[in-house]
Write a protein that binds this ligand. Structure first.
Ligand code: URA
Length: 325
């Protein structure tokens, strides 16, 4: 992707988050520095092409919402007013998490143990304290006898509203991915690393501010035993880690630097083969983009799913194999 496509993808994602009700997004200092560089680069590009001159102010200054370049109206990232971009340390200031009580499951059938675990998580005082009034702790859903278990990052606005993982836009794409594999959502199991929507800001009399930020290490450490216990009960043939947070949570935070390094091979999670692939939210950002890198990302994700189908011993048709040929 070139700089323009990156900026358009970014603004589309910010619009999506805003549409979902987010008022802030967490951005690490490193990402903020990259963003500033990209904006400065775009400004130089406009200036070099003889379009609107780059506004004074240097790095970080908002670029015009559109700039006429050689007769063509080219859109650049609009001034980022809302959602407010803040650095991650500033927003990750929720009170420290208390130690989690040990998980004790009664003996019984798969469903009985799963239901007992579900009740533990839904009534966990720490999970409940992280959820705002009217919103819900989110536990995994699906077929307990499935061969494939998908694991994402954390609930978003739609998920905390409905109390179910992957029901928003990313969930709709995940449903389409599952369908393309020849399955229905009800035939697989879907869970998350975190059971609550990561808190972004402070609560106030006017309401609260949340947004989608990655979970902190501490939050992940608190919730990981819950998803591990779900895997232990369900014992799927294959695990699919959706995105880097799921990879870090299940395989260890230092194992892979990037998603690119994690995907394309089989890993072992406690004797269960695990495949890492791109998070549906990331894939959504590639939708509509026709550049080589964007197409490769979509093709790679489909290849990951084909590998999962084979490992789970699902039939793979020629049509499915040829989707991206
Ligand atoms: N993204 C996730 O990682 N999980 C969800 O449940 C929804 C969006």
């Amino acid at each position: 992707m070139n700089v323009r496509e990156h900026l358009l993808a970014l603004t589309d994602e910010l619009r999506r988050l805003k549409g979902e009700g987010s008022r802030q997004v967490a951005v690490s200092d490193a990402s903020l520095a990259h963003l500033r560089q990209a904006v400065a680069h775009a400004q130089r590009e406009v200036a070099a092409l003889g379009g609107a001159s780059a506004p004074a102010g240097g790095e970080g200054t908002a670029v015009p919402a559109s700039a006429s370049v050689q007769g063509e109206v080219r859109r650049y990232a609009p001034a980022i007013e809302e959602p407010v971009v803040r650095s991650a340390p500033e927003v990750a200031r929720a009170p420290a998490l208390p130690p989690r009580p040990p998980i004790e499951l009664p003996p019984g059938t798969k469903r009985e143990r799963w239901e007992a675990l579900r009740q533990i998580v839904l009534n966990d005082a720490t999970c409940l304290a992280r959820v705002y009034p009217g919103k819900q702790v989110v536990f995994g859903v699906g077929n307990l006898d499935t061969s494939i278990m998908f694991i994402g990052e954390a609930p978003g606005a739609d998920e905390e509203e409905q109390g179910e993982p992957f029901v928003g836009r990313a969930g709709q794409l995940l449903n389409r991915m599952i369908k393309a594999m020849g399955l229905e959502r009800e035939q697989v199991y879907i869970g998350n690393i975190l059971n609550w929507r990561p808190e972004m800001g402070t609560r106030s009399a006017d309401g609260y501010q949340t947004g989608n930020r990655p979970p902190t290490q501490e939050e992940m450490a608190y919730c990981l035993p819950f998803i591990r216990a779900q895997i232990g009960i369900i014992q799927p043939k294959v695990l699919v880690a959706l995105g880097k947070t799921a990879v870090d949570g299940l395989l260890g935070p230092d194992r892979f630097k990037t998603m690119g390094a994690a995907r394309g091979a089989w890993h072992d999670y406690d004797g269960i083969p695990l495949r890492a692939t791109y998070h549906p939210s990331y894939l959504l950002r590639q939708e509509g983009l026709k550049s080589g890198p964007a197409l490769k990302i979509k093709r790679d994700a489909w290849e990951d799913l084909l590998a999962v189908m084979e490992r789970a011993e699902l039939p793979v048709s020629e049509k499915q194999r040829g989707y991206f040929r």
